[in-house]
Design a protein around this ligand. Structure first.
Ligand SMILES: Cc1ncc(COP(=O)(O)O)c(C=O)c1O
Length: 379
């Protein structure tokens, strides 16, 4: 039996906090005592440290990952009617900001092995209106960035990496060199939503770029398009990371690689427990990316919803990311998609289930979770 004190959570931020409590508590007290709540020293420090970590020229913190995507598209100067290629198997934010700016989301199916955009299907979707590709590094591993950059260069397209789920993962090029996820395209974006691998205690996000001109434009747009106070060179937005959130992120960034190792160890445990089970497909690890396991997502043959209900009864949380492909959601039907257009996306929406994944999972908990999953499936 799992004791009450070992209640299994999808994400356990409280236990994680106890390891970094002193740094966070003193940093927050300092923000209060100095009154530098917005764009204070912790925000500047975080941007600098994240630049070093990601090896990018410019990091611009912002309010959340959705804003980051919107600001990225604004910085590229896309015009209404321009087309942006992305996936329908993602959190809604990726497609939402495209639509919100009057651009057209063009959905490409996913690769059945990695859950990421199927690069073999991108070129067929390119028209003279296509201006940008947004690959989403889903669940913690990079899309095939080498192929994506090749297609983008050939067709003169911009690439925004939606790196909300894969911060810290590394893309491995064919020649063996590596780059951090988000540092390969023209712009990278991320979210620091609490449950993310690098999560704050509220909302937060950031954009990264190695292009100095784009980096400066992003900085201006995130700050009302204001270059000199009360002078506006761009139409912008107000999107800021606050100093409290930066304190949390500064404390956690130092541990990000260790957090990824802990997640990978939990994933290894799951992989071993479910190996060779006929009804379960464990996540396939891409040869061209490290995996930071934002989610540990199984494909289940059979009644996925019944499995989820049984696990819930036994006190095991699970989530379905994502149950409704975006191209078939009412808000996006106007773009002309119908059932059958993205077969892998549609099939996977019915088969995926994500198990508890965080930095604090104990072997006892993992043993209990895997036992319950296997019992439920074999029942
Ligand atoms: C792939 C992806 N893109 C964008 C976002 C949006 O981030 P936020 O919730 O910080 O706006 C998320 C967050 O859930 C995400 O998972």
């Amino acid at each position: 039996m799992i004791s009450k004190s070992q209640d299994i959570k999808m994400v356990d931020l409280q236990t994680q906090y106890h390891h970094i409590k002193d740094e966070i508590d003193s940093g927050i007290a300092q923000v209060i005592s100095t009154g530098a709540f917005v764009n204070g020293p912790p925000v500047k420090q975080f941007a600098k440290d994240l630049e070093t970590y990601l090896e990018v020229a410019k990091v611009v913190p912002c309010g959340n990952g959705t804003d980051a995507l919107q600001i990225a598209l604004m910085a590229l100067g896309l015009q209404p009617g321009d087309e942006v290629i992305t996936v329908a198997f993602t959190f809604v934010a990726t497609a939402e900001v495209i639509a919100l700016l009057g651009l057209k989301p063009v959905f490409v199916d996913i690769d059945p092995e990695t859950f990421n955009i199927d690069v073999a299907q991108i070129e067929a979707k390119i028209t003279e209106k296509t201006k940008c590709i947004i690959p989403v590094h889903l669940f913690g591993q990079c899309s095939n960035m080498e192929a994506i950059m090749e297609i983008a260069n050939k067709h003169n397209l911009a690439v925004i990496e939606d790196n909300a789920q894969a911060i810290g993962s590394e893309y491995i090029f064919e020649d063996g060199t590596t780059k951090k996820a988000g540092a390969i395209g023209h712009i990278g974006t991320t979210s620091f939503y609490p449950s993310k691998n690098l999560g704050c205690y509220g909302d937060g996000g950031a954009l990264f770029s190695n292009d100095a001109e784009l980096g400066e434009k992003i900085r201006l747009i995130a700050n009302h398009g204001q270059k000199v106070k009360y002078h506006y060179s761009e139409i912008g937005v107000n999107s800021r990371l606050d100093s409290f959130q930066a304190v949390v992120l500064n404390a956690k960034l130092k541990h990000l690689d260790d957090y990824a190792n802990k997640r990978r160890a939990a994933a290894d445990y799951y992989d071993n427990a479910f190996a060779n089970h006929d009804a379960i497909t464990t996540p396939i690890r891409s040869a061209s990316s490290t995996h930071v396991f934002h989610q540990y997502t199984l494909l289940v043959d059979g009644d996925r919803d019944a499995l989820q209900a049984t696990l819930k009864e036994k006190g095991i949380p699970s989530m379905v990311y994502y149950p409704h492909p975006l191209h078939l959601e009412p808000a996006y039907l106007g773009y002309g998609y119908k059932e059958g257009d993205l077969p892998v996306t549609e099939e996977y929406a019915k088969k995926v289930i994500s198990l508890p994944m965080h930095t604090e999972l104990t072997e006892e908990q993992l043993e209990h979770i895997t036992k319950m999953v296997l019992n439920s499936i074999d029942a």
